[in-house]
Write a protein that binds this ligand. Structure first.
Ligand code: AMP
Length: 449
């Protein structure tokens, strides 16, 4: 299947070619023709599956076919759970629309100046991408009308519901025409998402893309057992000092631990920065810009803040604290393995956190390979899941990664002083002490378990 066969406008095909996409991903191959046919869609697909283009391309195709509106309001409305995701979706629309003339977009997210957004809305806008809260502000202050919306997209609908946006979504949808097309994208279509879908869509086509069809297959997933917070911190420093690491996102359970861990890493000389929901949007954008520019090597983030981050240089995702839900794990590890590259996801777990690890394994259908770092071996070990040999089984053969997990031969996360290439030294300076002991440690699969 090629993009041309999907029946997309020539201007869009040109933009796709410049983006370097060889062929449609599974979700694109199924959702694009279905959306072009005009019906409602319920699509379950994971981060990294190419879902943004799966809705942006048919929306743009239809905009290109019809006459431009005359300042009456957007014809496409996309709702997204977080500011970062909304900004990224708007960017994708702009990228794919680069050869379509006179197409305007606006991104309405909290934390950014309201009046600048209102000014943007005073001119004709074809596509609005927004987080629900800020969109409601604009609606209430009559800065925006949704009566011309032809296509409504709910991106990561499950996440929006998790974040308490159900009521806001219903208010927004009520302001759009009943005859609109609705495209709902979500990691899951069950439970509350299914009930929302029932309310918002008419005779929808259901498209389900299983995780194995997405790009998460290129992410090697490891588990490192940790005895204590101190042990976890030493493991983290060793991983961050390893060869092959370009940039990393480290996930913590709370905003406070993201701040503390980031400060601790800076004190050790790592070019680390925190990203969480308590930060002002300008500071969040600045941090992300530095990450994209390669001036930050390590982003210490909470789940919500890090959603939607798409930076090709992120070679490692480290779950310093395991996620609360198995689904969050998929979103977290999707920060690496971007743009067709391989990635490594490392999850730290104490013995008491093995419940969530098992839930993750059941959810993804993948076993996390237990690794150890030389000199930092844990005293705890994971107990074997019922009926599955491998864990805690010295003689068993299950769960062993096939390849040698020795860090790759890449340049590694360095930061300047010592042995590095100086790429990430700018943000925090780097004393040459404090990490030299861990820099040479090797990660290897733990064959005892
Ligand atoms: P998404 O799931 O929308 O977050 O997309 C994940 C990544 O895949 C983004 O970096 C896109 O630029 C990239 N991408 C989207 N469509 C394709 C495609 N057909 N081939 C290769 N990469 C793609």
């Amino acid at each position: 299947m090629t993009f041309k066969e999907l029946g997309l406008d020539e201007a869009l095909l040109q933009a796709i070619e410049s983006s370097g996409y060889p062929n449609p991903t599974p979700v694109q191959a199924r959702a694009i023709p279905a959306a072009l046919a005009g019906g409602d869609l319920l699509v379950s697909s994971h981060t990294g599956s190419g879902k943004t283009a799966a809705f942006a391309l048919p929306c743009l195709h239809r905009l290109g076919q019809n006459k431009p509106a005359h300042g009456a309001g957007p014809r496409v409305l996309v709702l997204a759970p977080t500011r970062e995701l909304a900004q990224q979706v708007e960017k994708a629309f702009k990228t794919y629309a680069r050869h379509l003339r006179g197409l305007n977009t606006a991104c309405l997210v909290g934390g950014a100046p309201f009046f600048a957004q209102a000014k943007q809305l005073a001119r004709p806008v074809d596509v609005v991408v927004a987080t629900p809260g800020r969109l409601i502000d604009h609606l209430q202050r009559r800065k925006l009308r949704l009566s011309e919306v032809q296509t409504l997209v709910l991106d990561e609908a499950d996440r929006m519901l998790d974040m308490g946006f159900a009521e806001d979504i219903e208010t927004i949808v009520a302001a759009t025409p009943a005859a609109r097309q609705t495209l709902l994208f979500s990691a899951t279509l069950d439970g509350v998402v299914g009930r929302l879908a029932q309310k918002l869509t008419r005779d929808p086509q259901r498209i389900e893309i299983v995780a194995s069809q997405t790009k998460t297959g290129t992410i090697e997933q490891r588990l490192l057992m940790a005895d204590s917070l101190g042990h976890k911190t030493r493991l983290l420093e060793a991983v961050l000092s390893g060869d092959g690491l370009q940039q990393a996102v480290v996930f913590t359970a709370t905003k406070r631990s993201a701040e503390e861990l980031s400060l601790g890493l800076q004190e050790k000389g790592f070019a680390a920065a925190a990203l969480h929901g308590d930060m002002h949007q300008t500071a969040r954008n600045r941090t992300l810009d530095k990450l994209r520019a390669g001036r930050i090597g390590i982003l210490v983030a909470t789940d919500v803040a890090a959603r939607g981050i798409d930076v090709a240089g992120i070679s490692h995702v480290i779950n310093f604290d395991p996620p609360r839900a198995a689904e969050d794990y998929v979103h977290r590890i999707g920060r690496t393995g971007r743009a067709g590259r391989d990635g490594i996801a490392i999850t730290f777990s104490g013995p008491r956190e093995m419940g969530i690890i098992r839930a993750i394994e059941r959810f993804t259908g993948n076993r996390l390979a237990v690794h150890v770092i030389e000199g930092l071996e844990p005293s705890a070990r994971p107990a074997a899941p019922r009926g599955r040999p491998g864990y805690g089984d010295r003689s068993g053969s299950g769960g062993r990664p096939a390849q040698d997990a020795r860090p790759g031969s890449g340049k590694g996360w360095t930061g300047g002083a010592g042995r590095g290439n100086g790429r990430f030294g700018g943000e925090g300076g780097r004393p040459s002490s404090g990490r030299s002991d861990s820099a040479s440690r090797r990660t290897r699969p733990d064959n005892r378990w």
